[in-house]
Design a protein around this ligand. Structure first.
Ligand code: ADP
Length: 543
């Protein structure tokens, strides 16, 4: 017997309609080069519908890829909805990727149009010549930058506001929830970026996950600031969740300096602010003495959240960081480190340990830690390492037109994340490392994440990244690259003695070098690849 319930398509149109109907008076606030721009959801919805008309007028094909090259702004939020709601596919280009990767991505996705912030035309224009399918570039005026007079191979240049003004609002209809809605490429930490294609349904389900109290817990009363870029993994779902909840959105625009972010948190009464660990490392000192009483949660992920950072937030603001884990392939948020109620009586220290894990999966998704070959679960003993794998309604089942798909998915359909993890009796997973970053020493693995965590707990250390250096006897040995806090001096001996007793003896870095800064990837993660290149041929001291 079949159920007798309605076939209600789970689409981004439904998210949009809800906000338009129920929350016209809520706001989308953008920090621009020329000041704060506030638009009501009513205004945003009207502009989004007219933008749908623009896409029709420009002749973007039925499932044409609509690329964006922009900051977190309300214009970008219009594109987030106008493209999928007219059946097209939003393709957010990561403005910080290398030129060759951007060319690869735009051509691989076959982008037809690119919407670019005026302040980013200088970055985009030199690439246009290599974008073979692009026919139109639409410039969104964000107060800075030049608009060149011409573009290569007949690409037409338009002004966003002029196009919008010429259109009438259009109706949005998407019946098939499985239809592609948007695409995003992985940031290419390893090899060429891979394309992930989200459906309306997966976006809808991921939005529900972000709204759940034990997910990111976004609600109508929130003022949400996604510092995580809208060009990276859907701004962690907060752009959709904010609209679905009817929350106010505070979009930081191009200035993501710690002072600017701290000022927005204070003046805009932000309640949820989400970003990668390097963002929150910078912002913490800036929060001193400010009124941040509205702030209630700081979701953070993308790379391991140092325990010391989370604890520093707890001590200074009363609020530890809320660690989340995910990947472009998982929409991205899958697991969140809320401390389980049965652990309420645990000591603050034990609770801090739980918060330093990636937590447990949000309802609607699953993770497992298994032997990568047999797919047997590893014992939940916090020690045995396995591959972290993911499944669920918002997890990719293959990459877009990419022959690397088979190796990334198991026979039973789970995503191989490439992360090494352990798990415990409560189901909390701990990331040991990415397979490519782990230090393989004498047949055993050393977790660079854990070493970094311990080193970054040193009061004089600002940042630390550990990489494996080839070793004739052990295969690889750890090298710690350390950045001292401003105005502080710290020695190799101090770091090594600080680690004593905290880690297994054979994990002790063979050397500690001091660097001015740990190189970052396009989305602000520690770039181990760059570090490995920098220290290629480095000779470790002999013991
Ligand atoms: P890229 O693979 O290019 O970095 P993604 O942004 O999709 O692109 O990154 C996903 C990866 O980020 C995960 O596989 C994992 O290694 C890492 N990651 C995300 N969140 C966390 C976290 N909370 N702790 C440790 N690693 C994390």
């Amino acid at each position: 017997m079949q159920g007798l319930m309605q076939d209600y398509p789970l689409t981004i149109v439904a998210i949009f309609d809800r906000a338009e109907k129920l929350f016209p008076d809520k706001s989308v606030i953008t920090s621009t080069a020329t000041g704060i721009l506030e638009r009501s959801y009513a205004e945003w919805a009207d502009r989004t519908r007219r933008l749908g008309g623009v896409l029709n007028t420009l002749g973007v094909s039925k499932d044409g890829r609509v690329a964006t090259f922009g900051w977190n702004t309300s214009n970008h939020l219009e594109l987030y909805f106008a493209a999928p709601n007219t059946g097209r596919i939003l393709h957010t280009l990561n403005i910080r990727l290398f030129a060759e990767q951007l060319t690869y991505i735009a051509n691989h996705a076959e982008d037809e149009v690119v919407f670019v912030d005026r302040s980013l035309t200088g970055l985009l224009w030199p690439l246009l010549d290599t974008f073979v399918t692009v026919r139109h570039v639409i410039v969104m005026d964000d107060g800075r930058g030049e608009v060149p007079d011409s573009a290569p191979h007949g690409i037409q240049i338009h002004d966003y506001e002029v196009l919008l003004a010429a259109e009438q609002p259009v109706g949005f209809h998407v019946e098939d929830e499985w239809r592609a809605a948007s695409m995003c490429y992985t940031s290419g930490t390893t090899g060429n970026p891979k394309g992930v294609v989200y459906s309306h349904r997966s976006t809808y389900l991921h939005t529900m996950g972000a709204l759940m109290a034990d997910g990111l817990g976004a609600r109508e009363t929130d003022r949400i600031m996604p510092v995580v870029p809208m060009f990276h993994a859907n701004a962690w779902g907060l752009a959709h969740a904010g609209v679905a909840a009817g929350a106010d959105l505070v979009l930081p625009g191009p200035d993501m300096s710690p002072t600017a972010l701290a000022t927005l948190i204070e003046t805009q009464r932000v309640t949820i602010a989400a970003g990668v660990p390097t963002i929150w490392m910078g912002v913490l000192p800036e929060l001193k003495g400010r009124d941040i009483s509205a702030l209630r949660t700081i979701p953070c992920g993308g790379s391991a959240v140092p325990r010391a950072l989370s604890e520093a937030y707890r001590e200074q603001t009363g609020m530890p960081i809320l660690q989340a884990w995910g990947m472009t392939e998982t929409s991205p948020v899958i697991s969140v480190a809320h401390v389980k109620s049965t652990l309420a009586n645990a000591t603050e220290d034990e609770r801090a340990d739980m918060r330093a894990t990636i937590g447990r999966p949000i309802f609607g998704s699953e993770i497992r830690v298994v032997d990568p070959v047999t797919l047997e679960p590893v014992p939940a003993d916090r020690k045995t390492q396995g591959e972290l794998q993911a499944a669920g309604g918002w997890v990719a089942k293959s990459y877009y037109n990419d022959d690397r798909s088979p190796e990334s998915f198991t026979e039973d359909g789970w995503l191989r994340t490439g992360d090494v993890a352990t798990t415990d009796e409560h189901g909390y997973a701990r990331i040991v490392d990415r397979t490519k970053d782990v230090v393989k020493s004498g047949g055993e693995w050393i977790s660079t994440v854990e070493l970094e965590n311990e080193i970054m707990a040193h009061p004089k250390v600002a940042e630390a990244a550990v990489i494996g250096i080839p070793h004739p006897r052990w295969d690889e040995r750890p090298l710690a690259c350390v950045v001292a806090k401003e105005g502080e001096e710290v020695s190799k001996a101090e770091i090594l003695s600080f680690l004593e007793g905290k880690i297994a003896k054979w994990w002790m870095p063979d050397d500690v070098v001091f660097v001015d800064e740990v190189p970052k990837t396009s989305v602000g993660k520690f770039s181990k690849r760059t570090l490995r290149e920098k220290f290629q041929g480095y000779v470790l001291p002999t013991a």
